[in-house]
Design a protein around this ligand. Sequence first.
Ligand code: PAF
Length: 283
Amino acid sequence: MRTVGDLRALRACVRAWKQEGRRVGFVPTMGNLHAGHFSLIELARRQADRVVASVFVNPTQFGPGEDFERYPRTLAEDSVGLVEHNCDLLFAPAVETMYPFGSGHALRIHVPDVGDALEGEHRAGHFDGVATVVAKLFAMVEPDVAVFGQKDWQQLLVVRRLVRELALPLEIIAGPIVREADGLAMSSRNRYLDAQQRAHAPALHAALEWMRESFVEGHALGAIEGAAKRRLERAGFVPDYAVVRRAEDLAVPDEGERSGLMALVAARLGGTRLIDNLFFDLP
Ligand code: PAF
């Protein structure tokens, strides 16, 4: 695996592959890679002849007081993991490469509607930062296909909308959530949890399962959402939201609507904010 930080080297490598007729897959990450990321690399490998991963902790998607400074930066370990998972090229740019005018003066892309709800409400500006960096990464890497994890479902919708509106010539593929044995969705932020918090953390996934069961039993959505928040509070979380939405656009479902739904939760455990979601594959 080659590692490059420089745009010219990245382009030379990817363009040479394309001239050979190779299909290029891309997995953008912020590093601190775990089994969830590696499953996306494997998925990209099945979709493409060459796989590029990026590691860049993007300052513009963190709000004031969020964890940008303490976000785990583990490039050496990430690099070993990527080699083990057959990645061909690691792009690890400096901030100046991504933001030549400084991250505080960067152009910003706002994705309305699907970017404004849920995370958009609780993390103002977050998706502007995500959409901006993802658009830049796509322009730099020029992939044929890019893979995003479903744990960040709303991010996936934001990226799909970005690609459609800018008519970008690439395909977006979603990789399933990878969970720990006790149900906790894998996340780089899990490493912030102390032992006691880690023991409580699976309650987030349990709340999603409970929401699905309650929905199947026919309970009203408002009641399910309220009760899910209370369950999370009893488990030691401070919830931002616990909702049932249409998966395709995060709209509030009509009464009686039963297909294409999912539950989404975001909650803090101590200083750590976790998100998760679950499709309602209803009988
Ligand atoms: O999901 C992430 O890790 C980040 O939001 C992404 C897509 C790499 C953009 O910085």
